[in-house]
Write a protein that binds this ligand. Structure first.
Ligand SMILES: *[C@@H]1O[C@H](CO)[C@@H](O)[C@H](O)[C@H]1NC(C)=O
Ligand SMILES: *[C@@H]1O[C@H](CO)[C@@H](O)[C@H](O)[C@H]1NC(C)=O
Ligand SMILES: *[C@@H]1O[C@H](CO)[C@@H](O)[C@H](O)[C@H]1NC(C)=O
Ligand SMILES: *[C@@H]1O[C@H](CO)[C@@H](O)[C@H](O)[C@H]1NC(C)=O
Length: 826
């Protein structure tokens, strides 16, 4: 029995323990998802919430921990919060059971396991969250122009993705293409990856301009990302490099010529110190050609070594590189012998390696001339002034070639410049107008010739073409250059005016340019420019150059923003690119900066009166004027703003529009003057306007205040007249008393006068003048007595005069001879 009972008791105990444990466990419950994912650079929330059995949560028992791997990254308990920079937790929400962690600007290295631990004493629970990071790939196909009927390859670059696994497929008009290969996988500094895919195309793959697409699948993408284009065909450039030396100058000129290519954009670079490019011109065969010059200056020390011309074009997978070997020439004396004014002496330096000409000649008669070639005519940009030098190079002629320059003039008469047949120096000056120089070199039986033609182009005459013809053993090759090489740069000037309706008329004048073709564009804005409409008128000058006037209307109110700019650019063949001009209200050339006059001060500033200061401002536009009055205390430096108050009145300024469209106004400040505050002080009028970088200011200068004496009180006491004079400034004042007996004449001065000066609290002065009107002798005299008091002060134009009468022992005030009231007794 006992056993049985014991067993029951044990069973009960076990049950209770279980209950107790369960209760304790459920006293805290933490919830979090097992994984979370985010894109790189975004902010991510790692959710973690908890619940306690009997809320509210008591902060005393609560602690919160976040771990990343083994590292504690955030701790929150009754002592506060410890955290790292990119992490944050909303502390207000913690007691409501929200312990979610936000992580900003997620990077690849944030990938991993996070643990949210909640301790609610004595219970602890935690949850783990795996954070996955994704980076979305960029997909770009290099949209090369292809060569017709030629196999080629295309490249698709996939960049900035994570994780590393991607699938790249190529489509031709939507159909899968097989021949592609992934390049090596490369890792970026931020942990993301990049990889290229190269597609190999057969000639038939590119037939009929198919659309070729590179498609990428990646974990971060719900649908594949792609880039592609419709195949276009072009012609690759053929590249030739020439080199020549100039007589009398240390420089050497190199020409790199790309021709026959299509479409137009081509890049020619010199790999050494710098680059000089020339405008491309279209040639007869529809292909473009472009030349680039490079000047080598031996003084810069770079004349030894190799120089390469690198030509890049859309049809080329790799750029074409032509390398020249530069040698120090020590035969300068030979070249400097024939120094003819205005002529340029060009020496071929180009040496051509390869099989000897003789071999070519013997084996293939046809190929005799095959290597003989003539460069395009190039324009030298090296000479200053108006003179132009054209040059042309022939190379690889089996015999010494002969050169003929022809300049076509307007009257269709052709003028031919034949070079001298004589051997030797091989140069000659023909006529005044033109000069030709030719230089020859021979290497391995191949002749190279550089010929130059210099002249001052005249627009009235040379409007057609120039030809350069080389005859090599009876076979001729000719090059042609349009006289559009005559380029005259426009001279520009700008003018502004205001319309009646408050618009700014901007007028750009370009003078004496050639040819007429010019594009002028206007735009305006703050930071970002918007196109403006404009109109142009052209005029032809007697010397065949052109002038143009381009007018553009800009709403005037836009100039209220000091950042607002108007931009005009013109594109003319004579410039390398667009020539820009920009202007804003803050430019010194802006015609409507405000002008400010002197401050007009009142003649005298009278104590306890109002004083008005005025200042005229004119000539400004737009009407965005800001006026501020400032004050500087006597002997002080600091400036204080003057605000409207009882002491200061600032009347609203009235702006007026003048006949020329500008604005003007008069601003004023009215001050209740007090000697104590205004004496020595200064008022400053400060003007701001969008056209002013620094505000304009004018000052009143140190002020001086006057107080006009006022008779405030006159009383009598026995024989005395007591007169009080108040509010005068400065303190110098003169009171004189006069007396006459019987009649109002024969006044004499009274000496028995007592003056007492008192300073007032407002810095003005007060004076009591006591006049002993009657002496002992006068008392016996029964006649009437007349008195006059004269007050003199610098604020009074003429002395103030006060008259009295003493009649039967009483003083009366007199006004124009009339007796007024008796003076009160004091
Ligand atoms: C927890 O707080 C975060 C802000 O820190 C909030 O975005 C989230 O919705 C909250 N979760 C719950 C369940 O209230
Ligand atoms: C995000 O992190 C990257 C890499 O650490 C950094 O270059 C970038 O400036 C950060 N962006 C912001 C908005 O903090
Ligand atoms: C992909 O090709 C481009 C262009 O040829 C090259 O600049 C880049 O380095 C290549 N990238 C990789 C990852 O190979
Ligand atoms: C120039 O190129 C030639 C031939 O390619 C080479 O032998 C020579 O070393 C190069 N010279 C310099 C200075 O690089």
């Amino acid at each position: 029995m006992e056993y049985c009972v014991t067993g029951k008791v044990l069973g009960f105990l076990y049950f209770f323990l279980l209950l107790l444990l369960q209760q304790q466990c459920s006293a805290l419950e933490v919830t979090a998802p097992s994984s979370q994912s985010s894109l790189i650079g975004r902010d991510v929330l790692l959710p973690c919430t908890f619940r306690v059995d009997n809320p509210p949560v008591n902060p005393k028992f609560l602690a919160l921990l976040w771990h990343f791997g083994d590292k504690e990254i955030l701790r929150y308990d009754n002592k506060g919060k410890v955290s790292s920079p990119r992490l944050s937790i909303d502390e207000k929400l913690i007691l409501e059971g929200n312990a979610s962690l936000s992580l900003s600007n997620v990077t690849i290295s944030d990938r991993g396991t996070y643990r949210c631990s909640v301790i609610y004493s004595p219970n602890t629970q935690h949850k783990e969250i795996r954070l996955h990071i994704h980076a979305v790939p960029e997909v770009v196909v290099a949209k090369r122009i292809l060569l017709k009927n030629q196999g080629t390859s295309l490249q698709c670059s996939v960049t900035d993705f994570y994780p590393q696994s991607i699938t790249v497929t190529w489509l031709r008009n939507g159909k899968l293409l097989a021949n592609s290969a992934l390049g090596p996988l490369q890792r970026n500094a931020d942990g993301t990856f990049r990889q290229n895919s190269t597609l190999t195309l057969t000639p038939s793959d590119t037939l009929n301009n198919p659309e070729i697409v590179c498609q990428v699948q990646h974990e971060s993408l719900p649908t594949p990302r792609q880039d592609g284009y419709k195949v276009k065909y072009g012609v690759p450039p053929s590249v030739q490099v020439y080199s020549a030396k100039i007589n009398g100058r240390p420089e050497q000129v190199l020409v790199c010529e790309a021709s026959q290519f299509q479409p137009e954009p081509v890049q020619i670079k010199w790999i050494l110190n710098g680059k000089i490019a020339e405008d491309p011109r279209k040639s007869k065969d529809g292909g473009y050609k472009k030349g680039s010059y490079y000047l080598i200056n031996p003084t810069s020390g770079s004349q030894e070594g190799n120089i390469s011309c690198v030509v890049e074009h859309e049809t080329l997978l790799h750029p074409i590189t032509e390398t020249l070997q530069l040698r120090q020439e020590d035969d300068g004396a030979k070249y400097s012998a024939g120094n003819i004014a205005g002529a340029i002496f060009l020496t071929m330096l180009l040496t051509v390696a390869g099989i000897t000409a003789g071999l070519w000649f013997l084996i293939y008669k046809k190929k005799y001339f095959q290597r003989f070639r003539v460069s395009h005519i190039h324009r030298s940009q090296m000479l200053d002034g108006e003179k132009v030098t054209l040059y042309c190079v022939a190379s690889d002629c089996p015999k010494d070639p002969h050169v003929i320059w022809t300049v076509e003039e307007n009257d269709r008469k052709k003028m031919t410049e034949n070079e001298s047949q004589a051997e030797g120096e091989g140069n000659m000056l023909l006529g005044q107008e033109f000069s030709v120089r030719t230089d020859r070199t021979e290497t391995d039986g191949r002749h190279n010739v550089t010929s130059s033609l210099s002249f001052t182009p005249d627009l009235l005459k040379h409007k057609k073409s120039v030809f350069c013809k080389f005859v090599c053993d009876g076979r001729a090759k000719e090059e042609k250059l349009d006289c559009s090489f005559i380029l005259l740069k426009p001279k520009d000037s700008m003018k502004f005016s205001l319309s009646e309706s408050g618009e700014v008329l901007s007028c750009l004048t370009l003078r004496e340019f050639y040819p007429r073709d010019i594009q002028i564009r206007w735009s305006c804005g703050v930071g970002h420019y918007q196109q403006l409409e404009s109109n142009e008128t052209f005029t032809l000058n007697p010397n065949c150059t052109f002038n143009t006037e381009s007018k553009c209307i800009v709403p005037g109110h836009l100039f209220k923003d000091p950042g607002f700019k108007v931009r005009v650019t013109w594109n003319h063949q004579s410039n390398d690119g667009e020539e820009p001009r920009e202007f804003s209200a803050t430019d010194p050339e802006f015609p409507w900066h405000p002008q400010m006059g002197e401050i007009i001060n009142p003649d005298t500033l009278i104590h306890s009166k109002e004083g008005k200061f005025q200042c005229k401002i004119w000539g400004y536009f737009p009407d965005a004027l800001e006026v501020k009055w400032l004050r500087r205390e006597a002997g002080g430096q600091e400036l204080f703003s003057v605000c409207p108050s009882e002491k200061y009145k600032i009347p609203e300024m009235e702006q007026k529009r003048e006949a020329d469209g500008t604005f003007s106004c008069t601003v004023s400040l009215i001050v209740s003057v007090s000697a104590i505050t205004e004496q020595g002080a200064e008022f400053i009028c400060r003007v701001r306007h969008p056209s002013l970088g620094e505000p304009l200011e004018t000052s009143t200068g140190a002020l001086s205040v006057r107080g006009v004496p006022v008779v405030t009180n006159i009383t009598q006491k026995d024989r005395q007249i007591i007169m009080e004079i108040d509010q005068f400034y400065p303190q110098n004042i003169e009171i004189t008393w006069y007396k006459a007996v019987g009649k109002q004449k024969d006044y004499w001065m009274i000496s028995d006068v007592q003056n007492k000066l008192y300073p007032n609290s407002d810095d003005s002065y007060r004076l009591t003048s006591i006049c002993e009107g009657m002496d002992l002798v006068d008392k016996m005299n029964p006649s009437d007595f007349y008195f006059t008091s004269l007050v003199q002060h610098q604020t009074l134009n003429s002395p103030m005069k006060i008259e009295f009468l003493r009649e039967r022992g009483v003083y009366y005030l007199l006004s124009e001879g009339q007796k007024l009231n008796p003076l009160p007794k004091c």
